[in-house]
Design a binder for this molecule. Structure first.
Ligand SMILES: O=C(CO)[C@H](O)[C@H](O)COP(=O)(O)O
Ligand SMILES: [Co+2]
Length: 221
């Protein structure tokens, strides 16, 4: 299905979001980290800012909801025009019902797992989702080190998707850089969130293309 790069604006300059969004014009998505200070110990932004970002960038939005009660809040992100809405399995009361609601609202539905959450209970439900987001750091902050211990989970998820004949994306989020993206791609990830790697680079767009090239090289596409 091809490699997708989804830069996270978490560590960008929030005082100049329009300028920060313009730097990543060559990306496939804008990854927007919504944190509520309950599901994770950090507070970022919510619907009004997501709506503003949608108006300020032509790129599709990839919303990563690190919030309690996603069953109650996630559909509004689909209605606000996010192309993809991902909620955490640990927080959702009824993940299948919520995924169906997101799809009915016209968004792709993603399910995210913290590093310590196993993928196995969700393997029979893969057809209900467009994407599985495997966290490769503890959610809450940018700039953390990639957890190599997540590589087998990425492989098991990819194998399950393939053996079921599904077209479910496997997204990795946290610590993705030139140093780590190849390992994640080899393991089977095909959507890569990169925050600090992109926004710390002198040329964000060149960094996106470098990451894309390394991922393509690693998975032979
Ligand atoms: O979901 C996240 C944190 O919870 C962010 O998307 C992620 O950490 C991106 O930042 P970086 O590439 O710097 O790790
Ligand atoms: Co994220």
């Amino acid at each position: 299905m091809g490699i997708l790069i989804s830069p996270s604006i978490l560590n960008s300059d929030f005082a100049d979001l329009r300028g920060e969004l313009a730097k990543i014009a060559g990306a496939d998505y804008v990854h927007v980290d919504v944190m509520d200070n309950h599901f994770v110990p950090n507070l970022t932004l919510g619907l009004p800012v997501v709506e503003a970002i949608r108006g300020a960038s032509p790129l599709p939005l990839d919303a990563h909801l690190m919030i309690e009660q996603p069953d109650r809040w996630a559909p509004a992100y689909a209605e606000a025009g996010c192309a993809s809405v991902t909620f955490h399995a640990e927080a959702a009361a009824a993940p299948v019902r919520l995924a169906r609601e997101l799809r009915a609202a016209g968004a792709k539905a993603g399910i995210a797992l913290r590093p310590a959450t196993a993928i196995e209970p969700y393997l029979d439900l893969l057809a209900e989702f467009d994407m599985v987001l495997l966290m490769t750091v503890e959610p809450g902050f940018g700039g953390q080190a990639f957890l190599d211990a997540m590589l087998p989970k990425i492989s098991r998820t990819r194998q399950a998707v393939e053996s079921a004949g599904l077209e479910v994306r496997v997204q990795v989020d946290g610590g993705i850089s030139r140093e780590t993206i190849g390992r994640a791609a080899e393991a089977g990830a095909d959507v890569f969130v990169a925050g600090s790697a992109v926004y710390k680079a002198d040329d964000a767009d060149a960094e996106i293309q470098a990451l894309r090239g390394l991922a393509e090289q690693a998975c032979g596409s």
